[in-house]
Design a protein around this ligand. Sequence first.
Ligand SMILES: Cc1cc2nc3c(=O)[nH]c(=O)nc-3n(C[C@H](O)[C@H](O)[C@H](O)COP(=O)(O)OP(=O)(O)OC[C@H]3O[C@@H](n4cnc5c(N)ncnc54)[C@H](O)[C@@H]3O)c2cc1C
Length: 387
Amino acid sequence: MTETVVVLGSGYAGAGAIQRLETELDDSVDLVWVSEHPYHLILHEAHRCIRDPSVRDDITIAVDEIKSPTTTFRNGHVSSVDTDDRALTLADGETLQYDYLLVAVGSQTAFFGIEGLETYALTLKSLDDALEIHESVVEAATTATPTEPARVVVGGAGQTGVQVAGEVAGYRDDHDAPIEIILVEGLDSVLPGEQRSFQRAIQRRLEERDITVQTGEFVEDVDSEQLLLDSGEQVPYDVLIWAGGITGQREMQDITLAKDHESHRLKTTTTFQTDDDRVFAIGDAALVDQPGDEPAPATAQAAWQAADVAGANIARMLRGQPLKEWRFEDKGTVVSVGEDAVATNVLYSPIETFGGVAAKLLKKVIATRWIADVSSLSRAVSAWGKM
Ligand SMILES: Cc1cc2nc3c(=O)[nH]c(=O)nc-3n(C[C@H](O)[C@H](O)[C@H](O)COP(=O)(O)OP(=O)(O)OC[C@H]3O[C@@H](n4cnc5c(N)ncnc54)[C@H](O)[C@@H]3O)c2cc1C
C-alpha cells in the first residue's frame, strides 16, 4: 500500500525537509507539502521590506522552484490535526490523511497576556506583516514634522526587534523622514542571553543610528496611543511593533501531543518524534530536547539543520531503520542594524564578536547560501545586492 508523508509549512524547516525527503523516498511513497503560502519566505530577512518593499521579490521563492514535480503541493491553511484519525483539516474544509506527518508551521508572536498589546501592536511573522509595517511607518511619517516627529516604538530587543528598529532607521535616513525610534526591552540589555561583547556592539550601533534604547522596563499595558511601562512611565506612539517573543501556532493548540507549558511548542526527542511516533516536529513549531543542555533555539539556523535530519528520519522510519539523533551545532549569529551588522561566535573565527565589512558580508552570505541551497545559484546571485 502507498504510504503518505505530509509536511506542513514552507519555511526553512518545511522547505529543507521536503528537499531531503525527495532525495530519500522513491515513488512508492506519496509526498504531500501543505502551506498557507505558495512560496517559501526567507523570514530572517523579512525586516528588509520595512525599508524597501521591493526586497519581497528576493525573499520569496515559489514552491515550484523548490520541490520536484512529483511532490504534491496543497496551498491551504491547516486549521486542525487529528492524530487519532491521522488526518488534518484545512480552513476550506478539505481533509487530508497521512501516515507520517512533519509539523513545521513555525511560531506566532507571544503577547504574554499584556492588556491591549495584541489589539494595537503590529507584528512581523510574514511578508504581509513586513509590508504593513512599511505602510504604517510611511503613513505616520507623512503627517509628521521635524518638530513633531512620528514615533515608532519597537517592543522586544531580541534579533527581530533589533533588526526591525534598524530597518525603520534605514527608511528614516533614506527618506530624511521625521521619525523618532524607541526600542523597549524588559530585561537588562539588548539581545538578552547573548554574549556581553555582542550585546554591547549591538547597543552601540543602535545608538549610532539614533535609536533610543530603553532596557529593564517591561510593558504592562497598551492602549491606542501609548504604552505603560512597569516604572509607571507612559510612552506615546504612532506605530507600535511588538517582537517580544514567540509561542506555538494557535492551530496546534488542540493537537493531542505533549507541548511545552510555557511556549506551547510541540515537545520532541532528539529524533524529532513527538509522543506520537508518526508525528515529527521541527523548527519554531517544536521544542527539541538537547539532553543536558537548553532545547535547540528557535532560529532559522536550527530549523534548516533540523530539516535535513528530520527528512532523513522519516525515510528511515519508512524503511524500518533506526532514527538518527540530532544535536544543534551553533555556527554563530549575525544581526543587522540597518546596513551595518555584528557577528558573534562564528565557527572557526578567532574573534568572538566583530562588525564592519566582514559581518555585513557574512550576513549576505548566509542568506544567499540558503537561497542557492533551496533554489538556484542564479537566484542567489540576483538577491545578493538586497540582502
Ligand atoms: C524579522 C526576523 C528576523 C530574524 N532573524 C534571524 C536571524 O538573523 N537568524 C536566525 O537564525 N533566525 C532569525 N529569525 C528567526 C527565524 O526566522 C525563525 O526561527 C525561522 O523562520 C523558523 O523557521 P520555521 O520553518 O520553523 O518557521 P517559518 O519560517 O515561520 O515557516 C513556517 C511556515 O508554516 C506556514 N504556516 C504557518 N501556519 C500554518 C498553517 N496553520 N497552515 C499552513 N501553513 C502554515 C507559514 O506560512 C510558513 O510557510 C528571525 C525572525 C524574524 C521574524
